[in-house]
Design a protein around this ligand. Structure first.
Ligand SMILES: [Ca+2]
Ligand SMILES: [Ca+2]
Ligand SMILES: [Ca+2]
Ligand SMILES: [Ca+2]
Length: 328
């Protein structure tokens, strides 16, 4: 410890600056970015830049105390509303970054989420103060260390639960085609039923609070009231706010979803298979474990791609009425 302080003094402020991390932010609507100083000396961040689609130079703030937080109000629309790459820069030196929404596995927080109101935040979980050695930013892994907090904590330590991806019920099938009436199907890979009452499904703009039980090894199809085609991402949270699964379904880089025929859904195959940190078509297992298949709401996903197929193997009786309708 004493040796570290001596080294920091020897190298001056530049040695301490690498200790400042992005910790929490709101992205849609009014934007603010919370910074955390994980170092042992105060850091003056005036002149540093927050850069995403736009950029903002930090000015007029006090130094961040060691172990302290600073909330920077960001005027305008600097942080991209559907996803992007946010950097904290000291001159040209990148200090920290996160990739979220359509461009990274950290989730896109809604600017307003219906009856609960207010903006949700993109928050480090655990908080920067509990990280130890900060992980290297990467689109494919940022989602392991960032989550959505529906009760943001600007200026205070983050309290959102650490993600527990792939540990329980999964988003198994999504139909984004309706307007505001999109259907999502959950699949329980476990040997026990899971009560998902109070769980949250989020499309990056809004949330649906779920109700029901997913049977062991079974399925639950839910009308969500969400519009998954707006951001082409889906995030699943337990009732305690722990994020447990996600999918993205546009083609990289952004906004170019693979076309769905009228009878098709985005569906994991086999049931529950594939990545739990996906944010676009390929990172979500597209063409490997995620396909455009004939919808089977509430039943096992069958590898049937064509709406005009007559073979329809392994379609269960519960979906036959739907399949039959396609012929009318
Ligand atoms: Ca924004
Ligand atoms: Ca916070
Ligand atoms: Ca829709
Ligand atoms: Ca299904």
């Amino acid at each position: 410890m004493r040796r570290y302080i001596a080294l920091a003094l020897l190298l001056g402020a530049s040695a301490a600056r690498a200790d400042v991390l992005l910790n929490e932010m709101t992205i849609q609507g009014s934007e603010w970015v919370e910074l955390f100083n994980s170092g042992l000396v105060p850091v003056d961040v005036n002149g540093w830049t927050i850069r995403a689609g736009g950029s903002y130079e930090i000015a007029g703030t006090d130094a961040i105390p060691a172990g302290g937080y600073l909330v920077v109000e960001v005027p305008g629309d600097v942080l991209d509303d559907q996803g992007g790459f946010i950097e904290l820069l000291d001159g040209v030196v990148g200090e920290d970054a996160v990739s979220y929404g359509q461009q990274g596995s950290a989730p896109l927080p809604p600017g307003d989420f219906g009856l609960r109101g207010g903006p949700a935040s993109l928050a480090r979980a655990p908080d920067g103060s509990a990280l130890g050695v900060p992980p290297s930013p990467s689109p494919s892994t940022d989602g392991m260390f960032w989550t959505i907090d529906f009760s943001p904590t600007p200026g205070l330590a983050n309290d959102a639960p650490v993600p527990a991806l792939g540990t329980t019920v999964r988003i198994n099938e999504v139909d984004p085609k309706p307007l505001g009436a999109d259907v999502a199907e959950l699949y329980d890979p476990l040997a026990v039923p899971v009560d998902v009452t109070g769980w949250i499904l989020c499309d990056g703009d809004d949330i649906a609070v779920l109700a029901g039980v997913v049977p062991a090894g079974g399925f639950l199809a839910l009308p969500t009231g969400l519009d998954f085609d707006t951001n082409e991402v889906a995030y699943l949270f337990r009732d305690d706010g722990t994020r447990v699964d996600q999918l993205g379904f546009h083609l990289p880089p952004v906004r170019n979803a693979p076309f769905l025929d009228y009878c098709q859904c985005y569906a994991r195959w086999p049931d529950g298979a594939g990545p739990d940190l996906g944010y676009d078509w390929f990172s979500s297992g597209g063409e490997t474990t995620l396909f455009r298949l004939v919808c089977t709401h509430g039943a096992s996903n069958a590898f049937v791609e064509s709406c005009a197929t007559t073979s329809a193997p392994e379609i269960t009786p519960g979906t036959w009425g739907h399949t039959k309708n396609l012929w009318r």
